[in-house]
Design a protein around this ligand. Structure first.
Ligand SMILES: *[C@@H]1O[C@H](CO)[C@@H](O)[C@H](O)[C@H]1NC(C)=O
Length: 273
């Protein structure tokens, strides 16, 4: 009985831990921190920048919506009173995905820190509010930006409406969005409670399995940059297929988990009779 149940529960774990992106990495930096091996085999190098201030104030938090191996990435950061940037040398033209990693570790409300992200001088994320996007203080928020590279890649954390720009880490990967893991899901305070019920409620599962961000739908992409940034939206979302698979799989497995103990009890009764 027990090993079988354990096996079924293992099936419930997402297969994301098997993803290894190390062969696709052009550059990965643990902003404001030392060299760190993160999730998916990505080795983040020590932050080479001396702009602004590096901080490890985030060590007070555990970032429960992030992959375990990525927690250290979200714990250190670089921020500055001025806009600051990272330049990534890339040798070949082609498709790339930039993953930006953020967390809020200071403010306790949304709208306190709001800034912009530019790639090669073009605004790709407008009015980024990490607190609001991640679900609170001490949670992870990743943004995936697919680009078609023609020239250098400069990631700029640009001064915006409120407070100072910051970043926890970034990765530049070769290729498109295919094969990438889902970004951390926005933390929802009642999620744990809901999860118990979602096992048996197909329609609710679909709602919360949805990935939080690909190209952030609420952040407006500069129309001028449309050619360069091939951000996917809506039905093109490559993770949507995965999500609908999961939403089918979960009820089926749930059904098994219910049926097996029942069958076991019946069999026991039969054995005794
Ligand atoms: C990922 O792949 C690389 C090279 O293929 C290997 O060295 C590394 O150990 C792998 N990492 C993980 C976490 O599987």
């Amino acid at each position: 009985m027990k090993p079988l149940l354990l096996f079924l529960l293992l099936l419930l774990l997402p297969a994301t831990s098997a993803i290894n992106l190390s062969n696709r990495v052009i550059s990965a930096v643990n902003c404001g921190g030392p060299e760190t091996l993160g999730a998916y085999g990505i080795l983040y190098s020590e932050d080479p920048s001396d702009s602004g201030v590096s901080s490890d104030a985030g060590r007070a938090f555990s970032f429960s919506n992030a992959e375990d191996r990525d927690v250290e990435i979200y714990q250190t950061e670089r921020w500055s009173k001025e806009s600051f940037s990272y330049e990534i040398p890339v040798s070949e033209d082609g498709d790339y995905v930039i993953i930006l990693k953020f967390s809020e570790v200071y403010f306790e409300r949304p709208d306190q820190k709001v800034f912009n992200v530019k790639i090669n001088s073009k605004t790709v994320v407008k009015n980024l509010d990490i607190f609001e996007k991640s679900g609170g203080r001490g949670f992870a928020h990743d943004i995936y930006i697919p680009i078609n590279y023609r020239g250098k890649i400069v990631i700029e954390l640009a001064k915006g409406a409120n407070d100072n720009p910051k970043i926890n880490g970034f990765v530049v990967l070769r290729g498109g969005l295919e094969g990438l893991p889902e970004p951390p899901e926005k933390f929802v305070a009642s999620e744990r409670f809901r999860e118990d019920f979602d096992m048996y409620e197909n329609d609710i599962i679909e709602e919360y399995v949805k990935p939080q961000v690909i190209q952030d739908s609420s952040s407006e992409v500069d129309p001028e940059s449309e050619e360069m940034f091939t951000a996917t939206t809506g039905s093109e979302n490559p993770f949507e297929q995965e999500s609908s698979m999961d939403s089918l799989l979960l009820p089926v497995i749930s059904a098994f988990i219910i049926i097996i103990p029942v069958a076991y009890v019946f069999q026991m009764r039969y054995a005794h009779d």
